[in-house]
Design a protein around this ligand. Structure first.
Ligand code: S3P
Length: 165
């Protein structure tokens, strides 16, 4: 089984993917980390060199062409489900889980903003306003996930139990 974790920046996709992969005894794939490893560039460097469109093309190609092990948990980049047909592709190729979180909680969890090009340099108030707008745009995609969980204080046992069925 492939489990794709989706959700906004800061909702805990990478951490929860690691915990879930350990719990299930399967492989962990972090698509942003794969981009960094493949290109030798940070996400910010990639954005400034090729622009957001270049990044969206790259991450979508990677999503669809990655050589996934049979059983794995995949942490996706926050924007990935919202471009092209990526969310439908993930639904067709695995189990999708949306880690849903309130904007104010995301703001308090997003302390390392500089490494995220879309929010670099924002203060808390700017970030809160930005996230609210972005979630309006992105929630229709995120909410296509087969499972939607409240990501605040989520423990891995609860996450695992939600995968069944
Ligand atoms: C992005 C989220 C980031 C990364 C890039 C763009 C987004 O991933 O892919 O900075 O558009 O929300 P994380 O959600 O892992 O931070």
């Amino acid at each position: 089984m492939k489990v794709f974790l989706v959700g906004y920046m800061g909702c805990g996709k990478s951490t929860k993917a690691k915990q879930l992969a350990n719990k299930l005894g399967c492989s962990l794939i972090d698509l942003d980390a794969e981009i960094v490893a493949e290109t030798g560039k940070t996400i910010s460097e990639y954005f400034s060199e090729y622009g957001e469109d270049g990044f969206r093309n790259y991450e979508s190609e990677l999503l669809k062409n990655f050589d996934y092990p049979e059983n794995c948990v995949i942490a996706t980049g926050g924007g990935l489900p919202c471009f092209f047909d990526n969310m439908d592709w993930m639904n067709a190729n695995g189990k999708t889980v949306y880690l849903d979180m309130e904007p104010a909680q995301l703001v308090s969890r997003l302390q390392k903003r500089e490494k995220r090009p879309l929010i670099a340099g924002m203060d808390d108030a700017q970030l809160l306003a930005f996230i609210k707008v972005k979630l309006e745009e992105r929630n229709p995609f995120y909410k296509k996930a087969r499972v939607i969980v409240d990501a605040f204080d989520l423990d891995v046992e609860t996450l695992e139990s939600r995968l069944v069925g």
